[in-house]
Ligand binder design. Structure first.
Ligand SMILES: Nc1nc2c(c(=O)[nH]1)N[C@H]1C(S)=C(S)[C@@H](COP(=O)(O)OP(=O)(O)OC[C@H]3O[C@@H](n4cnc5c(N)ncnc54)[C@H](O)[C@@H]3O)O[C@H]1N2
Ligand code: MOO
Length: 406
């Protein structure tokens, strides 16, 4: 690892690597309701105005403004019901109208029925109706969108609001990007899944595989495999070659630092990966390695320590996978949160601190023994990223700092 970092900020490293990644193929014509969480590959365009016509926003009476001047009873000439073409307005009469019904041509406003006194086929206007203005309680044709407008851009993760809009504009099937095929490869002779036996003191359970698998459980990601590889260079070359052939991205953990058995950097280069960064000014996770293949596949080597691997996956892997998935907002701005009792120690690194949310809307630091302390991580809701101290300008230790929830 070079002594000087290739990038000063994690986001700069992400942008540089993201620029080398290819987006997944398009899957055409998926029923929109079952595409929730998937990434839209085509914009949704309004096939007609929304609303399609002037409609009433209230149950009441369609009137002309000059009718406000009378204190005499006004007759009700007809009824405008939803699902029906509107009746004509008759001179000196109002039309009873229901929410969602089309406004009769010539009507200028709707008066809520509670602003009238109703008696049979007549109404009298209450004082509260006298200030009615043109257009009151009328939803105008096209006020939400006009025919031909692009109402939803490509590159969003489809949610219920998108489904509502798409269906309204008669868009029942949508094109989406294929989920990103991800392979997870954990490394280390000491690591395994010991189910029917207890690990020996020099062994440990493969928590990284499951922690990363949990973070990858999203509709736009397809985790195609999770493999464990011993610390053997040839085996790792074979595993990485094989996994790259089957995936858009390979996420490795462990073997990325300075030890004699840390083969990941060499192996990534051996299989043709162009290393964009190896080492970033972050804690934990400093030895992280980011690379891309010539055909735009991601290889991300996360450090083996469980807190480093999990934070690295959340902070670095997820945005890069989001980029591959076609998401426009692949690096969304993190919400900011204030810390309580955070101490004044700062580091010349971007310091990811495990935090717990408090009921008062701030966050408290979760005391931690460091990047091997997965117990402290289990007590956290996520982490904040405290930037490095700049010269004498100590950052305000309480923030607010960007918050990355699990
Ligand atoms: N001379 C130096 N040594 C180290 C440096 C350094 O800069 N110079 N950096 C340290 C930092 S920081 C980290 S982080 C680690 C990262 O090392 P590796 O990525 O090579 O990770 P390993 O050595 O393979 O493992 C580290 C640690 O994590 C445990 N581990 C590994 N895989 C798993 C897994 N799948 N599930 C749970 N736990 C796992 C492993 O047993 C080790 O305890 O390097 C420092 N050293
Ligand atoms: O990068 Mo390491 O995670 O600080 O122990």
């Amino acid at each position: 690892m070079a002594a000087k970092f290739a990038f000063d900020r994690p986001d700069d490293a992400l942008h540089a690597l993201a620029g080398r990644l290819a987006t997944t193929q398009v899957q055409p014509a998926i029923e929109v309701g079952s595409a929730v969480g998937r990434v839209l590959a085509q914009p949704i365009v309004a096939d007609r105005d929304s609303p399609a016509a002037d409609v009433s926003a209230m149950d009441g009476y369609a009137i002309r403004i000059h009718q406000l001047q009378t204190s005499r009873p006004i007759s009700i000439s007809a009824q405008a019901a939803p699902g029906q073409p509107p009746p004509a307005m008759v001179e000196d009469a109002v039309v009873r109208i229901f929410t969602g019904a089309m406004i009769p041509p010539g009507a200028e406003a709707v008066i809520k029925r509670e602003d009238t006194q109703e008696s049979g086929h007549q109404i009298r206007l209450s004082d509260s109706a006298m200030t009615t203005r043109v257009g009151q309680h009328i939803r105008r044709a096209g006020e939400n969108a006009s025919a031909g407008d692009r109402v939803i851009p490509a590159g969003v993760s489809i949610h219920a609001g998108h489904v509502a809009a798409a269906i309204n504009f008669s868009c029942f099937d949508v094109d989406v990007f294929a989920p990103v095929k991800v392979s997870v490869v954990t490394t280390g002779d000491e690591v395994g899944m010991f189910v029917n036996e207890s690990p020996k003191p020099w062994q440990l359970q493969n928590s990284n595989s499951q922690a990363i698998g949990s973070l990858l459980r999203r509709p736009w990601i397809d985790t195609v495999s999770s493999t464990h590889c011993v610390d053997d260079k040839e085996t790792l070359i074979q595993t990485l070659t094989d996994r790259l052939a089957a995936s858009d991205a390979v996420i490795l953990t462990g073997g990325v630092s300075m030890g004699d058995y840390d083969y990941v950097p060499d192996v990534v280069r051996h299989v043709g990966g162009k290393v964009v960064f190896h080492g970033l000014p972050i804690r934990p996770g400093k030895p992280i390695l980011g690379a891309a293949t010539p055909d735009g596949k991601l290889i991300l080597g996360l450090p083996g320590n469980p807190v480093s691997a999990t934070i690295g996956c959340r902070r670095m892997a997820l945005p890069l996978l989001a980029k591959i998935s076609g998401l426009n907002q692949w690096l969304p701005p993190a919400p900011f949160i204030h810390l309580e009792d955070c101490g004044y120690k700062t580091l010349p690194l971007h310091w990811m601190k495990l935090i717990r949310l408090t009921t008062s809307g701030t966050a408290e630091i979760v005391p931690s023994q460091g990047s091997g302390d997965l117990v402290s991580m289990s007590h956290s809701d996520g982490f904040v990223e405290v930037p490095p101290t700049v010269a004498d300008q100590s950052p305000n230790p309480s923030g607010p700092w960007p918050f990355y929830p699990w």
